[in-house]
Design a protein around this ligand. Structure first.
Ligand code: FAD
Length: 430
């Protein structure tokens, strides 16, 4: 008999909770990864950089495991069907994995659990992706928090050093199932290699040390760029929090925002499709398709907005300050439903995380937790004065700025501001 360890968004062979527990049993571990067609079929771009990144990372894991006489079994299909076959092919004792908190994943795991149970196989899942899960940080009345600062204070109070202890994985031959799996290429799962480059997973310590001072300036290299690594678990959150404690409190604060939004999605899953504060569902969005296209392509005539969208389109990344500005512009200046912008970011961002993306969009639209009040509308020009005074970031992404080729502003700022104020007010007064 053997144990299976199912990798998902924890793509590393160190400090991995589920893998650690799988190894503590006396049976060898068969490591698997499933390219889930339910997820892949939704991706439009066959050169999706995230799929390339996952494939590349899995290959590294496979190479490490091959040195131990084992390997990573890569599967492709609907997870339930894949498991039906695994049950036939192997004598499985227990399936170990780390918890994934997204609604689709929860549903999928429930089905797998049922299937395995029917076949007398245990399914054990572990906390690995966060320090605190959705029900672990509650207020005095045992309810989830809805506002960040008190949540953060309780989070910090609750954090004990032993929660940051690594779950050491043993890289030894006797711990892994011995076999020689073949490693499939990207094409065999219907994808091609992306040309987008991804920063490696080492901690840029000098940048993190100055994070509080430089993080708001998009022309500066002032943030960690570790988002994609946190998303797919190529770094461990325990290690990241330890680094943050040693290097910069503001950076720790951001890691807590990540947990806050994960907690919000877990406890208030309606945010997936609707406003956190329901009365905001009454806003009559204009949803002009042409306007949306201009925003997507970075052709609004607002340089800071266009620079951001172009950065996103060509690199799969956008600086946080500019994410806030572009999101505010789409929802307030153009009165386009935040869900349209959310979906566009989801398609493009390498660090796309449902909970954080949803939280960021609802914050910008004023519909979410802790949102800025709707009557405070970002002025793209004064944001530029504050955070890109010399237009360095703007010029990097808009070479044709100050030429005839660059479009006039698609809408007047003052007019759009007033229209947003009136529309929100009317909807909320009803
Ligand atoms: P750093 O600034 O170095 O921060 C370190 C890590 O902390 C990040 O990698 C991330 O995991 C976390 N973090 C930082 N800021 C936030 C935040 N405000 N909320 C939640 N977590 C945070 N972040 C995502 O990880 N995925 C998304 O899909 C996403 N979509 C966003 C959409 C909008 C409209 C906005 C306003 C913000 C969004 N963010 C998202 C939050 C933030 O912009 C990114 O996490 C950050 O820009 C990533 O850059 P970095 O890796 O250099 O992070």
């Amino acid at each position: 008999k053997l144990n299976i360890f199912w990798f998902r968004r924890d793509l590393r062979l160190f400090d991995n909770t589920g893998l650690y527990y799988a190894q503590n049993e006396k049976k060898p571990v068969l490591p698997i990864f499933i390219f889930d067609t339910e997820i892949l079929n939704d991706l439009v771009d066959k050169k999706d950089a995230r799929v390339s990144f996952i494939h590349h990372t899995l290959k590294e894991i496979d190479l490490q495991l091959k040195k131990l006489g084992s390997g990573l079994l890569i599967l492709h299909g609907k997870p339930e069907e894949v498991f039906e076959k695994l049950i036939k092919d192997y004598e499985i004792d227990t399936v170990f994995t780390n918890r994934d908190y997204e609604p689709y994943a929860k549903e999928r795991d429930q089905k797998i659990d049922d299937l395995l149970k029917k076949n007398g196989i245990d399914f054990l899942d572990f906390k690995d992706h966060v320090i605190f899960e959705e029900k672990e940080i509650l207020n005095g009345s045992e309810e989830p928090y809805k506002v960040f600062t008190p949540y953060k204070n309780k989070w910090l109070e609750s954090l004990k050093n032993n929660q940051l202890q690594p779950f050491d994985v043993q890289l030894s031959v006797d711990k892994f199932y011995q076999f020689e799996p073949e490693f499939p290429d990207l094409e065999s799962i219907g994808f091609e290699k992306s040309t987008i480059e991804i920063a490696d997973k080492s901690y840029p310590e000098e940048i993190i040390k100055k994070y509080d001072k430089l993080r708001d300036y998009p022309a500066k290299n002032g943030t960690s760029r570790l988002g994609i690594h946190l998303r797919f678990g190529t770094i461990s959150i325990r290690q990241a929090v330890k680094k943050a404690q040693a290097l910069n409190d503001t950076w720790l604060n951001e890691l807590i925002w990540r947990e806050f939004y994960s907690m919000i999605l877990g406890n208030f899953p309606h945010v997936m499709n609707a406003a956190f504060k329901s009365k905001y569902d009454a806003i009559p969005w204009r949803n002009e398709e042409e306007d949306f296209e201009k925003w997507c392509q970075g052709k609004t005539g607002y340089p800071i907005v266009d620079a951001g969208m172009r950065e996103l389109n060509s690199t799969g990344y956008m600086h946080n300050r500019v994410r806030m500005i572009t999101a505010s512009f789409l929802t307030k200046h153009l009165l386009i439903d935040w869900r349209w912008g959310e979906a566009y970011f989801a398609e493009k961002l390498l660090d796309y995380e449902l909970s954080s993306n949803n939280g960021g969009w609802q914050w910008a639209a004023g519909t979410g937790t802790d949102a800025q009040p709707y009557f405070r509308i970002f002025n793209p020009y004064s944001q530029t004065d504050k955070f890109d005074k010399e237009n360095k970031y703007i010029k990097k992404w808009i070479p044709e700025l100050n030429t005839k080729e660059y479009p006039e502003p698609m809408v007047d700022h003052k007019f759009a501001r007033q229209r947003a104020l009136d529309t929100y007010k009317q909807a909320l007064d009803q």
